[in-house]
Ligand binder design. Structure first.
Ligand SMILES: O=C(O)CNC(=O)[C@H](CS)NC(=O)CCC(=O)C(=O)O
Length: 311
């Protein structure tokens, strides 16, 4: 009797396990990595950090690595920011990443934030590039919203002193993970931008950042999760961390993270040191579809007649 019971229980468990594992393995999931490190004013140093993140990502089986804003350098003044800027074709930092990707074993795509110089202009551009596994630059976005703030207890930063703003939203583009929408750092505070990316087809939005410690403590995770829940997309937030100069005048918040379309933080880097790190999570496009089907926000929006504008 007892023997019988155990046998049928075992059978039931085995068949349940078979069902579940076939269900799980049928779902196509692709591993994404979000990078965190501390860029200095030395492009060569930063390239070395980024190369180590590229290798960590491949070792862990990730198919794309998302790097922070200003991965090429974080300068000590607006004047230095402009003077270090290069054209994309002449940036040894970008050329170094392209070459590294061409020589890898596994295929890896990279999203990376850099500065781009503009000929005969006294300001540069803050841009985000997609570099595919063959080392080709296939997408370029220029930061739309510039971080000009003057908080009573700090920070005071005037990004527009050294940077020209972009003029258009970049249409989300296909990648091995899904359709990616591009935005940078301070852009995360503008929900209209995220909503527009979703309307244009994004499954994933990335906000590569160098958030200040003060604003990061108060808003970083809140904003990332809010944009994920607003748009029902994955949100990938690569981040600069720690002190960028020896005096520690400029520090970044860190906490690189990957958030799913339900708002769950799937992975996060610690801020206990400034070592180059990645956190990884599976991108599951079926979850994107499920969240959107269960709660069809985009069929329920009221649009221009009610809000005064469409997203
Ligand atoms: O200066 C560079 O080279 C790279 N760019 C940045 O670090 C930018 C502009 S100063 N930082 C931000 O946008 C922080 C936003 C932020 O912290 C917030 O929204 O609270």
């Amino acid at each position: 009797m007892c023997h019988h019971l155990n046998l049928s229980l075992t059978r039931r468990l085995v068949s349940q396990y078979r069902f579940l594992s076939s269900y799980v393995s049928r779902r196509k999931m692709t591993l994404a990595a979000a990078g965190q490190f501390c860029a200095t004013a030395s492009m060569a140093e930063n390239l070395a950090s980024v190369k180590s993140l590229i290798h960590k990502s491949v070792d862990m089986g990730a198919k794309a690595l998302f790097l922070p804003e200003a991965s090429d350098y974080v300068a000590r003044s607006p004047a230095e920011t402009v003077s270090l800027a290069k054209s994309i074709e002449q940036s040894e930092f970008v050329l170094g990443i392209q070459e590294e990707l061409r020589n890898l074993d596994g295929p890896l795509d990279v999203s990376v934030g850099i500065h781009e110089s503009v000929e005969n202009e006294d300001r540069c551009k803050n841009v985000l590039l997609w570099i595919n596994s063959r080392g080709e630059i296939t997408q370029r976005y220029q930061k739309l919203h510039l971080f000009d703030v003057n908080l009573k207890h700090g920070p005071i930063l005037m990004e527009s002193k050294s940077v020209q703003p972009g003029q258009e939203v970049l249409k989300p583009f296909d990648t091995c993970l899904g359709r990616v929408g591009y935005a940078i750092c301070y852009d995360v505070r503008f929900p209209e931008h995220a909503l527009r990316l979703r309307t244009l087809g994004a499954d994933i939005i990335t906000y590569p950042s160098a958030f200040t410690v003060r604003t990061g403590q108060a808003h970083w995770e809140l904003l990332g999760r809010a944009r994920a829940v607003d748009t029902q997309t994955y949100v990938i937030m690569p981040a600069q961390v720690g002190a960028h100069d020896p005096e520690g005048k400029r520090r970044s918040w860190g906490h690189a993270m990957i958030i799913d379309p339900w708002g769950t933080v799937l992975a996060q880097c610690p801020d206990t040191d400034s070592l180059p790190r990645i956190c990884v999570a599976d991108i599951d496009l079926e979850l994107v579809t499920k969240v959107r089907t269960d709660m069809p926000l985009w069929q329920q929006r009221r649009g221009v007649g009610v809000y005064g504008y469409d997203v």
